[in-house]
Structure formats: structure tokens, C-alpha cells
Design a protein around this ligand. Structure first.
Ligand code: AMP
Length: 218
């Protein structure tokens, strides 16, 4: 049966970085709701236009729109080996919708990983973050700089600062996380699926903890 891993944590915790590495190591599909929205924005689709205002204000896109987008993506990807979901779900209603979607694939959420990082560190991480234009690889001006300034190490595309990584929007996104997403930790804890990892460690340290935990459950 396929394994589905949900990555939780505040914006800037390193969800995207860890999800990407994990998907490569474990040969599992990687589905990032934020990356999907940004693709829709770039291609100026109807969905992109609908989501744009919410994203630029640092608010959550409504559940029905987000759920439909993720469901569509699950059907397009090869999920025989499972998938890593990054940035989704973000509300308990989305978590319930996800359970229904995964039932269609004969699966369910096996693990919810919560990457813990204190708020003051998140602001510094997000305001210094650089994102690659092509595939969303993530760098940081100070803590994880690219080898060639302004260029992605992996695909050579331009690095840019996301509009919603400006300080005011970052603060709003962290507020939204505390108000709307934190309750998900309890949701998965009650179901015995939660694994918490210290996100203040290096990227490699977090990955090592994740791999150790995941292999212990095999
Ligand atoms: P992220 O790249 O995960 O930080 O997401 C960027 C933005 O996309 C968020 O601030 C939201 O506006 C939107 N977004 C991403 N995932 C979701 C989700 N699961 N539910 C609602 N909005 C989302």
C-alpha cells in the first residue's frame, strides 16, 4: 500500500526543502500546494487569478479551490509509491477532505511530520529566502546561498524573492498559521500520526531525523 506523508509547520520551517529531498530519496511524488498555486499564477489560469489576492495578502486560499487543485494533482502524479504533501492540508477541513481523496487511492495519511521553528527565526528565514523561478528550489541569502549569486544550483534558473516573503506579509502568514493551521497538529496527534522534529537544526540534521523515524516504522 502507498505511503502518504504530510509535512506540517509554519511558513519558513523548511517544509519545501525537506519535502523535495525526501521525495528524491524515497522516490515518492512531491505535491506542494504553494508551488502549484505559483504555477497557476505564472500561467495566469483562472485558478491563478482567483488565488492571487489571497496569496499576496498572506491569507489562505478557500478550501474548496485548494482541495480541488490538490485532488487533480494526485490523479496526475504517479502515486504508486505514495506521495509527500507539502503545505497541504492547512486546516482541519482540508485534512478531512484529504482523507476522502486518499481513500480513492486506497491510502491514508501514514505520518504527519511537524517541523518546529520559533517565530522570531521564521521572519529572518523568510525575508532572506530566495526561490528558483523554474522549479521552486529554495536558498537563503545568508544561511544557504547559491554557488553563483542569483542562479539556482540545480537548474541554473533565476532566483527571486517571493512577493509574499516581504516582511509585512510574512508576519501576516505567521499569524494565519497560528490561527488556522496550528490546530492540525492536534488533529494528527489525536490520530497517533504526529512526529515532531526540531527545525532549528541544519537541513541535513532535520533530514537525518526524518529518515531515522521513517525507517524505524518499516
Ligand atoms: P507556501 O508556498 O506553502 O508558503 O504557500 C504560499 C501561499 O499559497 C499561502 O500563503 C496561501 O496563500 C496559499 N496556499 C498554499 N497552500 C495552501 C493551502 N493548503 N490552503 C490554502 N492556501 C494555501
Amino acid at each position: 500500500m502507498s505511503t502518504f506523508i504530510v509535512i506540517l509547520g509554519p511558513p519558513g520551517a523548511g517544509k519545501g526543502t525537506q519535502a523535495r529531498k525526501l521525495s528524491e530519496k524515497l522516490q515518492m511524488a512531491h505535491i506542494s500546494s504553494g508551488d502549484l498555486f505559483r504555477e497557476h499564477l505564472r500561467s495566469e489560469t483562472e485558478l491563478g487569478k482567483l488565488a492571487e489576492g489571497y496569496i499576496s495578502r498572506g491569507e489562505l486560499v478557500p478550501d474548496d479551490v485548494t482541495n480541488a487543485m490538490v485532488r487533480d494533482q494526485l490523479t496526475r502524479n504517479d502515486t504508486d509509491n505514495g506521495a509527500i504533501l507539502d503545505g497541504f492540508p492547512r486546516t482541519p477541513a482540508q485534512a478531512e477532505a484529504l482523507e476522502k481523496m486518499l481513500a480513492e487511492f486506497n491510502g491514508h495519511v501514514n505520518v504527519a511530520v511537524n517541523i518546529k521553528v520559533p517565530d522570531d527565526e521564521l521572519i529572518e528565514r523568510l525575508t532572506g529566502r530566495l526561490t528558483c523561478q523554474e522549479q521552486g528550489h529554495i536558498f537563503h541569502k545568508k544561511y544557504n546561498p547559491p554557488k553563483v549569486p542569483g542562479k539556482c544550483d540545480f537548474d541554473g534558473s533565476e532566483l527571486y524573492q517571493r512577493d509574499d516573503d516581504k516582511e509585512e506579509t510574512v508576519k501576516k502568514r505567521i499569524r494565519v498559521y497560528h490561527e488556522q493551521t496550528r490546530s492540525l497538529i492536534q488533529y494528527y496527534q489525536e490520530r497517533g500520526l504526529l512526529f515532531e522534529v526540531d527545525g532549528k537544526q541544519t537541513i541535513e540534521g532535520v533530514m537525518a531525523d526524518l529518515l531515522e523515524y521513517l525507517s524505524s516504522g518499516e
